[in-house]
Design a protein around this ligand. Sequence first.
Ligand code: KIV
Length: 293
Amino acid sequence: MPCSKYWKRIRKEPNMAENQFTIQSFKNKKEKGERITMLTAYDYTTATLLDDAGVDSLLVGDSLGMVMLGYENTLKVTMDDMIHHTKAVARGIRHAFLIGDMPFLSYHISVEEAVRNAGRFVQEGGAQAVKLEGGPPVVDKIRAIIKAQIPVLGHLGLTPQSVNAMGGFKLQGKDIEAARQIIDDALLLQDAGVFGIVLECVPDGLAGIITEKLDIPTIGIGAGAQCDGQVLVIQDLLGMYRQMRPKFVKTFTPGGDTAVAAVQQYIEEVRSGKFPAKAHSFLMDEALLAKLR
Ligand code: KIV
């Protein structure tokens, strides 16, 4: 954006060479025992804030269906929705590794469609990798996407696109058989070549065992502290999404309450004439004004 006396640039121009977090950085961090930080983002402005804060990776999650579009779950999210938001986030990033989340039905129908849709995230959206939910039923698609040189992040445990099949948003891997299945699925995905696995809503001990068994990093959400990294939905971290709050969410700031209070103050100041003040107005030369009058 061109700047002038009245439009001040606060953020520096993007410079992609700056300290980029790459696919290799995931592996390096696991080897060094350093925790990986990941957050969701769905728009340009938020992406700039999270990137400036120094987060390692941004995920354009299909959770945008709930927190941005107001659906009750993620199932109505389309490829076009995802590409639209991924493009916006990509424009705001200088440092973080960008992952696009493949929405429901974008990788279930055929291997060809899965590769084409994963390619759209990279070619149109500007993502560096994609995420897919599930184990054995999608492993052929994962292998094909990786063969097309697109890195894949796996996602096991609670996979929200299976909400109907799972009978709701529930803790997964509670009994021995279910836990063993998740361990086997994690090993299968590692063998298929994923660079990491999101573990959602599983007991922390199970996440710990998986994390120990794998050479690739685990990224937990509701999976305890033993994972190699953590991911949260940014609206949850900031307290902006007030419709529901899972047990695993920590609200780091009451952003929703702060926003409501700020808007209430705006309404009050507009009504009382306090805003805009002179500081927010373009003043005209008094002599000119007199002539005009
Ligand atoms: O869609 C999403 O935001 C996700 C994360 C919660 C991992 O899948």
